[in-house]
Design a protein around this ligand. Structure first.
Ligand code: GAR
Length: 189
C-alpha cells in the first residue's frame, strides 16, 4: 500500500475528491491531511472523511523537522499539494525527491509564480482575454510552479465567463484528472 499525505491551505475540495477516489483502493491510501491554516475547511473535511490531520505553523514547517518527522513516522510515500500556498522546505524536498506533485489552475508557464493562486489566476486570464485556460499538474521543486509538467488539461474561456465561472470549470477538470494522474505516478514508485 502506498501512503499519500495531502497538503492544503483552504477549502480542500481537491483533497476530498482525491481521498474519495482512493477510498476503496487496494494500492493507495490517503493517510494524512496537513494544513498551514488552523481554520481551513480542509481540516473539517478530514474529520468527516475519518483521515488523520494536522495543523502546523510557519516555524514548525521551516525551522524544525517536525513535519518531516510526522511524514516519516506515518510511512508516507508520496506528497500531494492541493491548494497549498507555501513553498515546500528543503528538508522535505530532499527526502521526497521526485515524490511531490502540485496542481495549478492555469496552463503553466502562464499565470504561475508567487501570489498567483485561486481567483487571482482566473482574473488575470480574463484580463488578458485568453481564449483558453486549464490545469497543470507538475513536480514540485524549490520555486513556485516551476517543476516539470506531468499533465495539462484545457478548457475554453467564453466572453461571458467570470473568475468564479472559470474557477468552476477548472475545478471540474481538476477533479477529473488529478486523482488519476496521482495514481499513475504513485504506481510507478
Ligand atoms: C485549486 O483550484 C488549485 O488548483 C489552486 O487552488 C484551488 C484549491 O481549491 N491552487 C493554486 O492556486 C496553487 N497556486 P480546493 O481547496 O477546493 O481544492
Amino acid at each position: 500500500m502506498k501512503k499519500i499525505a495531502i497538503f492544503a491551505s483552504g477549502n480542500g475540495s481537491n483533497a476530498q475528491c482525491i481521498a474519495e477516489y482512493f477510498e476503496n483502493s487496494p494500492n493507495v491510501e490517503v493517510s494524512l491531511i496537513l494544513s498551514n491554516k488552523p481554520d481551513a475547511y480542509v481540516l473539517k473535511r478530514a474529520v468527516n472523511l475519518g483521515i488523520p490531520y494536522r495543523y502546523f505553523n510557519r516555524d514548525e514547517f521551516y525551522q524544525t523537522s517536525k513535519i518531516l518527522d510526522e511524514l516519516t513516522n506515518n510511512n508516507i510515500d508520496f506528497i500531494v499539494l492541493a491548494g497549498f500556498l507555501w513553498l515546500v522546505p528543503q528538508n522535505i524536498l530532499q527526502y521526497f525527491n521526485q515524490r511531490i506533485v502540485n496542481i495549478h489552475p492555469a496552463l503553466l508557464p502562464k499565470y504561475g509564480g508567487k501570489g498567483m493562486y485561486g481567483n487571482r489566476v482566473h482574473e488575470a486570464v480574463i484580463e488578458n482575454q485568453e481564449k483558453e485556460t486549464g490545469i497543470s499538474i507538475h513536480w514540485v521543486n524549490e520555486a513556485y510552479d516551476e517543476g516539470r509538467i506531468i499533465f495539462q488539461g484545457k478548457v475554453a474561456v467564453d466572453p461571458s465567463d467570470t473568475p468564479e465561472s472559470i474557477a468552476g470549470k477548472v475545478h471540474q477538470l481538476e477533479y477529473k484528472h488529478y486523482p488519476e494522474v496521482i495514481e499513475q505516478v504513485v504506481m510507478k514508485l
